[in-house]
Write a protein that binds this ligand. Sequence first.
Ligand code: M6P
Ligand code: ZN
Length: 195
Amino acid sequence: MTKLNQYKSFSTMYNFDTGELDPKGRVITRKLSHMSEMYLNQEAAEELLKEDPLVYEVFNVEVPETIAHIQHCVTILYPGKVGDEYFMTKGHYHEILDRAEIYFCLKGKGQLILQTKEGDFDMIEMIPGSVAYVAPEWAHRTVNTGDEPFVFFAAYPGDAGHDYGGIETEGFVKLLMEENGQSTLVDNPRYQSVE
Ligand code: M6P
Ligand code: ZN
């Protein structure tokens, strides 16, 4: 007699026009008010908070948070700036630090900002078709440097979790700003090593 497997396979539909998943799954909606203190120019953030724009949405396919599974989701990061700093995701380490992740850019353009707790820094350009590998132990944040929504698919081990810890208060080592129409990395004056 065949034994029934405890797991079930399934698919989700990505909508190439809207960038959304169907079904939408667990949706995370991040408006500026959820992260305004993360931007360098606090005066500009205060001003923009009157409108409280939507910065990004994440459509998470719901699978158990165990190592047997693979979490996967689509993020739509809208275009915009707070002062000269581009709209970005909060960014995180994985709660289980040595868990990797894959990002696949579907639409728009941006940068994937990476850093380690030791202070290493890296940046990977994302355009439609880019498949980026976030190695274990690297914090990751995306930044929309274009003028249309930047959409990417992500997949990572089921038990990874999100650790926003020091990133929420100090941010990343460097910030991506627009200077004379060019995206430019600048040192983040608020950053101190979390070691
Ligand atoms: C990607 C993945 C998700 C993450 C999302 C938003 O889709 O890495 O796990 O939640 O980006 O990023 P953050 O959680 O840093 O706001
Ligand atoms: Zn992650």
